[in-house]
Design a protein. Structure first.
Length: 128
């Protein structure tokens, strides 16, 4: 269910981002209202997804897919041009998302090998 919430969040964020463009510098009322509604929905569903998905993985997916989809939307709907730098940047983002999802901290189940801040603080309290 967490990934469904995350997808709703991403779609809402994409709508909100397109509404920012359509608002023409926040001068058009209906697109501005769309910005606030869309981003409210996006962050609400992102927060729900974080109950089930680690923050680093959720945010990597959210920002990565959002970036890729935003570029596609900007080319198809807003008729903007894409450069080789954009393509390289997108490929690096996709690579980062894949790396986080395959080998990130969310996949490390051994409690002995995870040295989180809370574990370090707890160990220091025991020493005192």
């Amino acid at each position: 269910m967490g990934y469904i919430y995350l997808m709703v969040s991403i779609i809402s964020e994409l709508i909100g981002t397109s509404m920012v463009k359509a608002s023409e510098g926040f001068t058009k009322v209906f697109p501005v209202m769309g910005v606030f509604v869309s981003f409210s929905i996006a962050f609400f569903f992102l927060s729900l997804s974080l109950k089930m998905i680690p923050l680093n993985a959720a945010y990597a997916i959210w920002s990565g897919l959002g970036t890729i989809a935003t570029v596609i939307i900007s080319v198809l709907i807003w008729k903007e041009r894409i450069t080789i730098g954009s393509v390289i940047g997108i490929l690096l983002i996709v690579t980062g998302v894949v790396v986080l999802n395959l080998w990130g901290p969310a996949h490390n189940t051994s409690s002995n090998s995870v040295n989180t801040l809370s574990n370090v603080v707890e160990k220091e309290k025991i020493k005192e």
